[in-house]
Ligand binder design. Structure first.
Ligand code: SF4
Length: 747
């Protein structure tokens, strides 16, 4: 047990599951209630850092609106029900689609919280496999999928995502990211603001490129207020300067990189002068930054959602790594490096793999290609609305609220109302799940064990943290819910033995591992390994197996230094396994084992972006961008008093010149209009905005009476996605959330 008891109060140490930072928390508990949440000073990665969202974990657990029992629709209304009744309704509701040979009528949407919890990370796959539908949509296509595609094309592995080695770098160029509000994204580095401050204190330089002067930009040596949607063009101009001046220095990367020799010609159109008007960054500044990058001893370029949620999101992600390659900073200490997580698979040390491809199938209505097994969520509404073979008539949502978090949310809201059957797994009755026929509530974050499967794979040091559950769950464990749904989807009904199903799934993973010649358990008997795996519960058993066969594991030997679940349990502040280490070329999973810069899809995007340079950008229109805020985490923590009960946050920020030109006063109520719709919001005139750009935070719009989110409804705000049109980056399917053309008038 990781609690040090004294009297009735004890302190439990846990990893915060709410964002990539994975902060260690020290939670004081008495009589089954959370008294206080502080940062765990002894946590090996976060060292005591935390933010207000982590502090609110106790409020989340205690929230009276959090669902504790299933909801089932009776007489048109969602009403509390027993788990038995709920399972029976799920079985009955899905039956017509499960009977069909082709599962084309069922859609699935998976939201962001799924990747922040252990059960979701480990046991969602059996459910998706059993549902066997090609209509899979996730929050990735309103977020980071361009980065996966760029890595897939370059490195052959969409999960090979290099992160800045922030603690050892001398120069950080940051685009479209705001760590002072959101910490890191696909970059696990708790207290990123503190790490960046230390970079500057040791003489390093920090440059921020963002249309808005964010809190992060306030701390930069230089802030460049780029026009929204132009990050790819500008990074390509930096690359053009580097290659045209003959200063490309990829170092050891050159030996296994293809396409370097043709770069000068491919980048020729992107001179600093050619991109200056489009990006609104003068040519001299662009040349200066390019030279600084080359001359810095160790530099890192990093871009996130502001760069990726654009028409050229994948090209921006690709250009980011291109700059790191050209400056010799990819896979180098102090540059950007590939993290190594304790549960990563061990491989045989030979570069090469299956490569990466998209477009194995296409969306039915618009013909968008599949990417990583999923379709763009921007086309979910049309897939529900449009009749014909394969029309989605039943939908399963897991921990998501796409009505607020995906483009043209109003249209999706109307489409969901017309479904024949909808099942949601969620802790809240929210703007999306209000349409469900059955809502199944998983346990709270404090009622389940935690180990961050996804985000330890993006950490600036190899670390391992395990948190046992703090409180007993009132209902089934999340893995039990997912596995029972998998059994229903497989046609086995709702009454099967979930424990046996979990063990069978674990046996499949063990069988695959013993057949890997590079594994420490290669050739072992599956039954023998299963018998030696520690833990009673499915998540614990799967985790023990993964870390023991990972790069730091004990390999099921007597290695006392090797990782296993017992050691994780005994170290509540986590285990530090060292800094990132170079991994190329072994990490490459392209078919030929080489790093690929030449790619037909990227060439097409380069040509499209170059063609745009011939046209002057329209300067008479307002462009809408998003805004992340410190106390907000997408839509789903808006019901917690310490996070929501603050001054009005869902405001439209606008530069004073734009307001004056429209006769708008600070605080006035304005109509924000686009081709998708109109919302009314208060106006906030703010000097952080550049002229021509307005900003609205996402995740608001809690306006429906039939949700169970009393506090959120009292601070409803407006949904930015009601004015975001369903446009996408063609390579990744990611939604274009930034740079949306809007008008603003008095409401
Ligand atoms: S920064 Fe992220 S992980 Fe850390 S306390 Fe806040 S929400 Fe939790």
């Amino acid at each position: 047990m990781n609690a040090a008891s004294h009297a009735e109060t004890h302190t439990a140490y846990r990893t915060c599951p709410l964002c990539e930072a994975t902060c260690g928390l020290a939670i004081s508990v008495r009589d089954g209630r959370v008294l206080r949440v502080r940062g765990d000073r002894d946590d090996v990665l976060s060292g005591g850092y935390l933010c207000p969202k982590g502090v609110a974990l106790g409020e989340l657990h205690d929230d009276p609106d959090r669902l504790r029992r299933p909801l089932v629709r009776r007489d048109g209304r969602l009403q509390e029900a027993s788990w038995e009744e709920a399972w029976a309704r799920v079985n009955e509701g899905l039956a017509p689609w499960l009977a069909a040979r082709e599962r084309t009528g069922i859609g699935v949407y998976v939201g962001n919280p799924t990747v922040h919890n252990l059960a979701g990370s480990l046991f969602l796959r059996p459910l998706l496999k059993a549902l066997n539908t090609r209509q899979l949509f996730t929050a990735s296509t309103v977020d980071q999928i361009p980065k996966h595609v760029a890595s897939g094309l370059m490195f052959g592995d969409p999960f090979a995502l290099p992160v800045p080695d922030i603690d050892r770098t001398d120069y950080l160029l940051l685009l479209g990211a705001n760590p002072w509000e959101s910490n890191g994204s696909l970059w696990t580095a708790p207290d990123l603001p503190g790490r960046i401050r230390r970079l500057r204190r040791r003489g390093g330089r920090f440059v921020v490129v963002d249309p808005r002067r964010t809190r992060t930009a306030e701390h930069a040596d230089l802030h460049l207020a780029i026009r929204p949607g132009c990050d790819a063009h500008w990074m390509l101009a930096l690359a053009q300067v580097i290659v045209s001046e003959g200063r490309a220095a990829p170092g050891r990367l050159a030996a296994f990189t293809d396409g370097l020799d043709t770069l000068t010609a491919r980048l020729a159109a992107f001179t600093p002068e050619a991109v200056a008007a489009r990006c609104d960054i003068d040519a001299a500044t662009t040349r200066r930054i390019a030279r600084e990058l080359v001359e810095a001893q160790r530099a890192a370029v990093y871009a996130r959602i502001g760069s990726h949620a654009n028409r050229h999101g994948t090209l921006a992600a690709w250009a980011t790594e291109l700059l790191n390659i050209l400056t010799g900073n990819l896979d180098r200490e102090g540059g950007v490096m590939f993290p190594l997580a304790p549960h990563d698979r061990v491989h045989d040390g030979t570069p090469g793999g299956r490569g990466f491809a998209t477009g194995r199938w296409h969306s039915r209505v618009a013909g968008h290609p599949e990417v990583m097994g999923e379709l763009p969520v921007a086309c979910l509404a049309e897939e529900i609305e449009t009749s014909g073979d394969g029309q989605i008539r039943a939908l399963v949502t897991i921990a998501g609220n796409p009505v607020l978090s995906t483009p043209d949310g109003g249209r999706l809201d109307r489409a969901l109302a017309g479904l024949d059957f909808m099942l949601s797994v969620d802790i809240y009755l929210n703007e999306t799940t209000r349409h469900a026929d059955v809502v199944l509530p998983p346990p709270s974050a404090l009622e389940r064990a935690h180990y961050d499967i996804l985000f330890l794979r993006f950490a600036v040091r190899s670390v391992a943290n395990y948190s046992p559950r703090l409180f007993a769950a009132e209902g089934p464990a999340e893995e039990d819910i997912l596995l029972r749904l998998a059994m229903i989807a497989a046609g086995e009904g709702s009454g099967g033995d979930v424990g046996a199903r979990a063990e069978a799934y674990l046996a499949e993973q063990v069988a695959r591992e013993v057949s890997n010649p590079a594994s420490p358990i290669a050739g072992a008997a599956v039954a023998d390994i299963l018998a030696r795996i520690d833990g009673e519960e499915p998540c614990d058993r799967m985790l023990d197996f993964l870390v023991r066969t990972g790069p730091f594991g004990d390999g099921f030997t007597d290695d006392m230094d090797g990782l296993n679940l017992a050691r994780l349990r005994a170290t509540p502040h986590g285990i530090d396994l060292g800094p990132m280490r170079p991994q190329l070329p072994v990490r490459l999973r392209t078919r030929d084992g080489r790093l690929a810069l030449a790619d037909a899809a990227i060439d097409g995007e380069l040509a499209a972006a170059a063609a745009e340079l011939a046209t002057a950008p329209a300067t008479d229109r307002l462009l809408l961008i998003g805004r992340r805020e410190f106390h907000s985490n997408n839509s789903w923590m808006h019901n917690l008093p310490s996070l929501i009960e603050r001054p009005e946050r869902c405001t439209l920020r606008m530069h004073a010149d734009d307001a004056a030109a429209r006769g708008l006063a600070d605080g006035s109520r304005v109509a924000l209009r686009s081709a998708a719709g109109v919302v009314e919001v208060p106006l906030e005139i703010h000097d952080e905005m550049r002229p021509g750009v307005v900003s609205l935070p996402h995740g608001y719009g809690h306006r429906f009476d039939d949700t169970r989110l009393a506090r959120a409804r009292a601070h409803a705000g407006a949904s930015a996605n009601d004015v975001v049109v369903a446009d996408i980056d063609p390579l990744s399917g990611n939604a274009v959330l930034n740079g949306v053309e809007v008008t603003v008038d008095i409401a």
